[in-house]
Design a protein around this ligand. Structure first.
Ligand code: IMP
Length: 402
């Protein structure tokens, strides 16, 4: 059996969607285990752009079942819209290829409203993620299973009165009436089934199972730059609790962008405030897939990557957006920290060529190969996949993952 996991090694937006899409060609099950519609995976499966927030990208592969695990938080209105959008583009979405765990928690308009009031402090995506996970821990939330037993409307109303009181207290304004999203309930209900058993059967049956992380290691609620984090376990432990099945991952892939970005507030030691940062933002199209916010840009930070390797047991990396560094010379990389916490940089030579069309790693410019080699040597793990552009065929697979 092969169980592969793809995790963000930085602050999210590393390009996980593309890597998961690539690996899902050989996967029979693709599992999301944490987060919700705060994630945004942009993929170009047939040249056309598809942005997925909740649905695992395995949905775009025939014969692959996409699973939303119990560790996720699901906005059913958003999910219904995503299903409709995929169908409109001609993709098949049915209970045969999309499964939603009854144990996942529901994100509703009231959670989004509270996030809108409270989330500004740290710059959340405003998708109701924090309040929903808080309700899960406070044991007042609503689980997807309530769509099956008919208890959803009553639970929704009970929670709505709590939220209306809280929002009133916080804002001094009359809160909106929160309305049960009945249409979305009907769309989503057929997809609810025992996800845990499905994953267990697939893993025990020796089928290829791919775990798709959302956000990144440094946004993990425990191991990230708290409190500037998301509210879920984005690291490897979240994969076990968020799917409910013990698996021994045969490949643990950290997706690493060739430079660093972050959206929202919080520390960013290698951040650039100059024209190089602006150029990376523009060339890398560094604007959030979920919120459209510009991403802060900076140099690659190896101490943070070493930390991500330790937290997750990463055994290889997938290096993305290498093409965006073209024309940047020299390229700086943080290799350590001074006693005061400032990054220690090393300068590496850049390259001027456009590398997007290169089909073999050996054909990349020498400076580009040396950059990859430097990272591998510094991190002690190989760059198994190198991505040189947004599209499926802009990918150099150097060693098989499955
Ligand atoms: P939340 O997940 O919406 O609560 O936001 C908490 C923090 O995580 C904010 O800094 C967000 O910008 C960040 N965040 C959440 N999801 C993503 C993502 O998919 N990519 C990058 N940052 C994210």
């Amino acid at each position: 059996m092969s169980c592969c996991i793809v995790l963000g090694a930085q602050w999210g937006d590393e390009g996980k969607g593309k890597i998961v899409d690539l690996l899902s060609a050989e996967a029979e099950v693709v599992v999301r285990f944490q987060g919700g519609a705060n994630a945004g995976h942009t993929i170009y499966p047939d040249g056309r752009k598809v942005v997925l927030h909740l649905v695992p990208s395995g949905i775009l592969r025939q014969g692959c079942v996409a699973v939303i695990g119990n560790g996720c938080v699901v906005d059913i209105v958003e999910l219904a819209e995503e299903i409709a959008a995929l169908r409109n583009m001609g993709w098949s979405v049915s209970p045969d290829n999309l499964v939603l765990s009854p144990g996942a928690h529901l994100v509703t308009a009231m959670h989004r409203a509270l996030d809108g009031v409270e989330g500004g402090k740290i710059g959340t995506t405003g998708r109701g993620i924090g309040p929903t996970y808080a309700d899960k821990s406070r044991r007042v939330g609503i689980r997807i299973e309530s769509l099956l037993d008919g208890s959803f409307p009553e639970r929704f109303q009970a929670l709505a009165s709590r939220y209306r009181a809280q929002l009133h207290e916080l804002t001094g304004e009359v809160p909106p009436d929160f309305v049960v999203p009945t249409e979305a309930v009907e769309v989503v209900r057929p997809f609810v089934r025992d996800a845990r058993q499905l994953i267990l059967d697939a893993a025990r049956g020796g089928r290829n199972v791919l775990y798709e992380g959302a956000q990144g290691t440094l946004l993990d609620v425990d191991h990230g730059t708290w409190p500037f984090v998301t509210s879920s376990t984005t690291t490897i432990g979240g994969a076990l609790s968020g799917a409910g099945v013990w698996v021994d991952f045969t490949a643990r892939i950290g997706v690493v962008k060739a430079y660093t970005t972050r959206v929202g507030h919080g520390p960013f030691p290698t951040e650039l405030h100059d024209e190089v940062g602006a150029a990376l933002q523009e060339r890398g199209k560094e604007f959030g897939a979920t919120t459209g916010r510009p991403r802060r840009c900076g140099w690659l930070d190896l101490p943070l990557l070493r930390y991500a390797i330790d937290v997750n047991g990463l055994d290889r990396i997938a290096l993305t957006k290498l093409d965006v560094l073209g024309g940047v010379d020299p390229i700086r990389v943080a290799v350590g920290r001074y006693d005061n916490g400032d990054p220690v940089y090393e300068d590496l030579p850049g390259w001027a060529e456009d590398i997007t069309a290169v089909q073999r790693f050996a054909d990349l410019p020498t400076a580009c190969r040396d950059y990859v080699g430097f990272l591998e040597e510094q991190l002690g793990i190989p760059a198994a996949i190198v991505s040189t552009g947004a599209h499926r065929d802009h990918t150099l697979v150097r060693s098989s993952v499955w």
